[in-house]
Structures are given as structure tokens and as C-alpha cells.
Design a protein around this ligand. Sequence first.
Ligand code: COA
Ligand code: AMP
Length: 626
Amino acid sequence: MGRYAEAFSQAKDDRESFWLDAAKGVDWEVAPTRALDDSAPPIYRWFPDGTLNTCHNALDRHVAAGKGDRTALIWDSAMVGEVRHYTYAALLDEVSRFAGVLAGRGVGAGDRVVIYMPMIPEAAIAMLACARIGAVHSVVFGGFAAPELATRIDDAAPVAIVTASGGLEPGRTVEYLPMVARALELSTTPPSTVIVKDRPEIGGAAADYDGWLDWEELTSAAEPVAPVPVAATDPLYILYTSGTTGKPKGVVRDNGGHAVALTWSMSNIYGIEPGDVWWTASDVGWVVGHSYIVYGPLLAGATSVMYEGKPVGTPDAGAFWRVIAQHKANALFTAPTAIRAIRKADPDAAELAKYDTSSLRALFAAGERLDPDTFEWAGEVLGVPVIDHWWQTETGWAIAANLRGLEPMPLKAGSPTVPVPGYDVGIVDAEGNALGADEEGNIVIKLPLPPGTLAGLWQDEERYRGSYLNTFPGYYVTGDTGYVDADGYVFVLGRSDDVINVAGHRLSTGSIEAVVASHPAVAECAVIGIHDDLKGQRPSGYVVLKAGVEIEPDVLRGELVAMVREQIGAVATFRDVTVVPALPKTRSGKILRKTMRQIADNEEYTVPSTIEDPDVLADLAKQIGG
Ligand code: COA
Ligand code: AMP
């Protein structure tokens, strides 16, 4: 039996010994004697009697082992042309002093702290400082506007917000402070403490706002604090992600399972060992950034590169190759969109020839489907394996992957390879019946999920059960559709719900619809995710005007685009608006979004038998179909 098959069956049949063994990869204050608490299915807890501190595992233990001089974090900003190196000892110092700042403001174990920051080292420092004192961080992506930030503040009820003057996007600065101020106005539970990291190149500082505090001033006067042991089952963070409704889901990650799973994943999935240089080009606002810019590489004792910039235009399509060469990165993890953007700007990879990227051993892609074209191109130009792997905010680490450290397997274009040990993946039809090889259906995972996956949704067990556990009892519903081939390779085809993936960013069409529907000229609307060559998908809106309303389509479009940008954020990339006479519906009034998407994408479709008025669909096909 190969190493993969052995690990997979052990994780399935002898779960306790598999995960207790993996748990030896982290330092415990009190080592767990049990892996799984399965006393209250379908809710499970990992390492119920263990206690530890995640920050200690990410920093202190490496310093204690004599590795304080090793580089922990390299910050490379293509936006300001600066590179900063932090050794493990230096990062520990920064983190323990900022933890002292938080503790000094009365932030304690279990308290929530919202972090709304761009890609600067202080974002990682703030996250680790929360972990150090047992506080629960909730990072909000900088591309979200004030109302989205306010929604998250209201749900998490934080005691503090940590932010910065702003972020830098090509051609513009994004000022965060006015957005934080607006979010606090909108919020029903505004925290009393706001800490601002000043970025002089942007402008806007704590001093501009009454009572807000300056990061530098606080940290220069702060005493470092020691890590606080917490229960393995205590929450480390809440990360909000798009669901099918406008209200985001607060995915809760625990401390123990998370530390064990991520440590295991770095060597077994990514083949990364202590001292290797690892680069994830994502953002700390997404799960990929949480797991693989901050926690994973530091838990593993590797060097993590944190990049502020884009794959193209900062300054050119050679930006990624420059970063790999300059920091001798051994692996890069990014979203397929980034590779497509590079290819579009530089189809012959002429920029690549300017850099020595020989340190690179593999390119990992996730966040959206890696299309076979991009897979082939990247493999050809880079000359290293291109590894698709599939996961979600909820799981926190890969569900399916080609396990480079454990046992590399042949790659198949279009497939993230096989289920990772711990994930018992199945395909079922709408009634929950198991499907066979190559049969397309809902992708489900047999419970319990492995360590490191969501412990629940923040203070909403009912929604957790309703969204993931109730549909097929005994299984977790991924929300993705796909199939498993005869060799056991997983193929992920797309979402079965109203979640869309734009440039690797997960968005809810429902929340965009809610904004569009609030325009006074709009009677009803549907927003669907349609194919986009660069970003994978993009949201496209179809609106029916109220009777008697006259408005130029361009004016309406301009107003709707501005509203979505203001209420959700630039990241929604909402640009397409089409006025239609009516929306196709079922007799029970459900909008036929899937059929609309098939029409817009020029795919074949069948007219659903439940359709209310086939003429509406036929007219729509004439108007929007290719
Ligand atoms: N803060 C504020 N605004 C942000 C932002 C942030 N952190 N990130 C993106 N935005 C804005 C952009 O400036 C842009 O605004 P604009 O409409 O004024 O131009 C808008 O949100 C859309 O951004 P994006 O989707 O990044 O599109 P783009 O055209 O600027 O860049 C790519 C296209 C492909 C280069 C870019 O999407 C990319 O690098 N993708 C990789 C995705 C990724 O890393 N995903 C993480 C999950 S693994
Ligand atoms: P997020 O929670 O933002 O990470 O988005 C998760 C969703 O992105 C998944 O449910 C999938 O729909 C999609 N996704 C992520 N990685 C992949 C992949 N490798 N292949 C196909 N889809 C993916």
C-alpha cells in the first residue's frame, strides 16, 4: 500500500491514533489524551482535553529551539517598493508587545477583535497577538465597504478594532479610516477601542479621530506578554464568508485542531519543511491568507513571504517571478486568476526569462477551479508541477490535493487529485443516494470532518446545522458539485448555490441582489455569476423596472454600480446591468437563475417543467443569449 493509501485508511479507520500522532507536531500545555469528542453528533470537537497556545506554536517554540535568527516573515511591497525581514525572534518581540497593548486595553481571552487591514506585517502581528492572549480575531478584507464591515462588527461584537490608514491599489489609495468611522456609525455594537497603524504614504491617522489610538505610540510603551494557554476547542478566529443570503457566515476555527491540521498539511500536502521559503499570494482577509500566509508556514517553522501588490501592473507581469527570485521562494500558492492575468499580459512568459526562479519546486493553486488551459501553460513556462487543490473557508485546509510531501501522484488536468486523509468525500444525488464513478452530483463529506475544519458558525448553531448538516444526515454539504472518477480523482465543477467566485473572491449574488433591488427604479432583479475569461466568474445583473419608470439604461447602470461599490465594496466588481421585461420563474415564483446563467454562458439548457411562462424565457434567450 502506498503512503497516501495507508494514511487515508488510517485517518478513516483508526482516527484516534492518526490524529493523536499528528498532534505530536505541536507543543501542548496539556497534551490531549483523546483526538475526537463524538459525544454529540453531528457536532464534533477535536482534542477535547488538550490545552495550548497557537501563537506559542507559531513563534515562541521556534525561538526556544534556537531558531530565533531564522527569517519568519518577509514583507515585500510592490506598492511602496519596500522589503522588510522579520526573524522569528523579532516577530515574537513585535507580537508579544502588541499582545501587551491589547491586554492593556482590557482585551482578554474570548474577546473578539476585528482586524481591518491591508497587506502589511502589522496585520499578521495583530492576528498573532490576539492568538497569544486567547482573544478571537476576525479579519475583514479591505476590499469590503463600510456596511459590510458594520455587519461583521455587529455579529462578532468586538471589544476592539485594529486598522491602518489604508491600502494601496494600482492607481489609487483606499482610505480605511473614513470607512471604519462610517462602519462604527452604522454598527449597533461599536467597540470602544480603535487602534490605527499609520501609513504615512496614505494619510489619515489615529489623531484625526477622537479617542482613536496610534499603533506606534502604544507598542513603544508596551510590555511584552506571555502566551495564554487556551482549550484546544476554544475559538482562534471567526472569518466571515459569503453564504446564499446577504448575511455572511461567521466560520469559527478552533485552536487545537487548526494547529494540528495546518502543521500536518505543510509537510504532507505542500512538502514544506522548517527553513523553506513559502509564498502565498493572497490576502489576509481570506482563508487562504489566514492558513497559508500567517499560521501554516509559521507553525511549520518556515519563512513566509507576504506580498503587497498584484500579479500584473505592479509594475508588470514579471512581478511574481521577481518575488520568487528575490526571496528564493520554494513554493508559490495563488489563485488561478492571477496566473491567467499574467498569461494575458505576457503570453510568451518573456518576463519570466529575466529572473532566476530555480528555487521554485511547485506552484499551488486554489480558490477557484484551475482550468486545464492555465494548468498546462503554467506547467510549461515554469517547468514545475502545478498543483490544483480544493478547499473552502469552512474547511480551512485542503479537502482534495496532490500530497507532495506524503506521496506525489500523477496530475490530471481539471482535477485537484484525491481526498486528503481525514476527508471521506462522496458524491450524492438530490435525495442523498450515493453515486458511482464519473456520476455528477453534490459533493459531500462524511462526518466527522477532520481537525482544523469549522467548529460551527459564530453563535448560530441553527444556521450551521441548516446550512451544512441537515440536508444529508451524517454528511457535511460542501455546496460544490462534481464527480469522482474511477481512479478516485475528484473533479469540482461549480457551486450548487448562489455563491460565486470572482477572481478567487467568494461573493454572494444574494447580497448584490439586495443592493440592486433597493434602487427606487427596480421592481425585481436577479444577479447571477457568468463566465469571465480572466476572473473565472463575474456578477451580472438583470433588472425589471417598476411600471411607468423611465430611466436611461446607462444612468441606471451607473447608479447600480455605484451603490454596490458603496455598500459591498469594489471587490464585488459589479459592472453588468441588463434591463429585461420580465424574469423567468417557476410556478412557485422562484427565479430560474441556473437557466439564466446557462443562457448567458451560451450553454445548452432544458426548459424546466415547472416554468410559469415559457415565453419569458424564450424572450430572454433572444435578448441575452449569444
Ligand atoms: N482593498 C480595496 N480594494 C480592493 C482590494 C483591497 N484589498 N482588493 C481589490 N480591490 C479592488 C480593486 O482595486 C478593484 O477596484 P476597481 O474596480 O476600482 O478597479 C476591485 O476591487 C476588483 O479587484 P480585483 O478583483 O483584484 O480586480 P483587478 O482588476 O484589480 O485585478 C487580478 C485582477 C486578476 C490581477 C486580481 O484579481 C488578482 O490578483 N487576483 C488574485 C486573487 C487572489 O489572490 N485571491 C485570493 C484568494 S486565493
Ligand atoms: P472560499 O471559501 O472563498 O475559499 O471559496 C470556496 C469555494 O471556492 C469552493 O466551495 C469552490 O466552489 C471554490 N474552489 C476553491 N478551490 C477550488 C478548486 N481548486 N477547484 C474548484 N473550485 C474551487
